[in-house]
Design a protein around this ligand. Structure first.
Ligand code: PLP
Length: 332
């Protein structure tokens, strides 16, 4: 793969660290856990969306856009980071917020919602759960066109093949770090949501013949639905990245056992995971993605799916800003 041929903005400060988690590993008593710190990338709090936005915003600029239009849930990290990238590029940004849990939108809420205002969003529009988000975003772009401006629509999570290249690059980055550390990982684990992160990791690790399996932990969909979503995106992203060999369906594995009652709704496992990592390693997870993904990792270590002696690399995709919208969930 030659990712250098794609236009890209520079939103990272070099490579994100890979750190061994000795106290967390000891608390679990099984496989050895490492974390790749994509939670402290770049700017405005960091997180996985910045890797995708490097490619997607470069395309927006190439097309002469003056406004980024995107959408997400009411506490969307993706919306925060797209808005921050817009500001960094001197662009405007409009957001469509999907109220996936009825009644969950609160204009005065903290967390990412607070940051939308602080970062200077031009407009936010709240829509009901289940709304066709692409259509709503296109309406904004049409409205902008009618007044002589140029909007660029970024899909939810920046999860299109171009955005997924950010995680192909991350896979290549972690392989080179692994080589330098003289540490070979047996598994890579990440939250699987709008799919771009999971997709990019699969394409990058498979496309480089690393033989490192990726385990996706679902945050919303059932197992089959998520695996199909990711696999569809894997095929398109592999074609874009120039991977010559066919990536088999078996390269996409998701666990749906940690979603609980639904997207963004707390689970006991998520609360345990957030507190355990905070209290053993001083690292903050988030309630919606990495907390549930880590709950999955913890359970899979305890069950022996990840075995003692194996090295498991967890991709910390960010999101701790949302903790401040969940204060009551975490009080002891
Ligand atoms: C968006 C997000 C994810 C999920 O990544 P996808 O590429 O959408 O699957 C995971 N963690 C955090 C913190 C996120 O904001």
């Amino acid at each position: 793969m030659n990712l250098a041929r794609f236009p890209r903005r520079n939103y990272l400060q070099g490579r994100s660290a890979i750190e061994l988690m000795p106290r967390f590993t000891a608390a679990l008593g099984g496989a050895t856990i490492y974390i790749k710190r994509d939670d402290i990338l770049g700017f405005a709090g960091g997180g996985n969306k910045l890797r995708k936005l490097e490619f997607v915003v470069a395309d927006a600029l190439a097309q002469g856009a003056d406004t980024l239009v995107t959408g997400g849930a009411v506490q969307s990290n993706h919306c925060r980071l797209t808005l921050a990238a817009a500001k960094k590029e001197g662009l405007q940004c409009r957001l469509i917020l999907e109220e996936r849990v009825p009644g969950s939108y609160k204009p005065e809420a903290s967390g990412n919602n607070f940051l939308f205002g602080l970062l200077g969003v031009e407009k936010t529009r709240v829509v009901k759960g289940g709304t066709n988000m692409l259509e709503e975003m296109q309406k904004e772009a049409d409205e902008l066109a009618a007044i002589g401006r140029k909007g660029y629509v970024i899909p939810v999570g920046a999860s299109n093949p171009l955005g997924a290249l950010g995680y192909v690059a991350c896979a290549e980055e972690l392989l080179s770090q692994s080589f330098e550390m003289q540490t070979s990982f047996d598994h890579v684990v990440a939250a699987s949501g709008s799919s771009g992160t999971h997709t990019g990791l699969v394409v990058g690790l498979y496309g480089n013949n690393s033989n490192i399996p990726v385990t996706g932990i679902n945050v919303s969909r059932p197992k089959e639905a998520q695996e199909e979503l990711v696999y569809g995106m894997v095929q398109k992203t592999a074609a874009l990245a120039g991977v010559k060999s066919e990536i088999p369906r078996s390269a996409v594995t998701c666990f749906a056992d940690y979603v609980g009652p639904g997207y963004s709704l707390p689970t006991p496992g998520m609360i345990e995971a957030v507190k355990l990592l905070a209290r053993t390693e001083g690292i903050l997870l988030d309630p919606v993605y990495t907390g549930k993904a880590m709950a999955g990792l913890i359970d899979l270590v305890r069950k022996g799916y990840f075995k003692k002696g194996e090295k498991v690399l967890f991709i910390h995709t960010g999101g701790s800003q949302a903790l401040f919208a969940y204060l009551d969930t975490f009080r002891d």
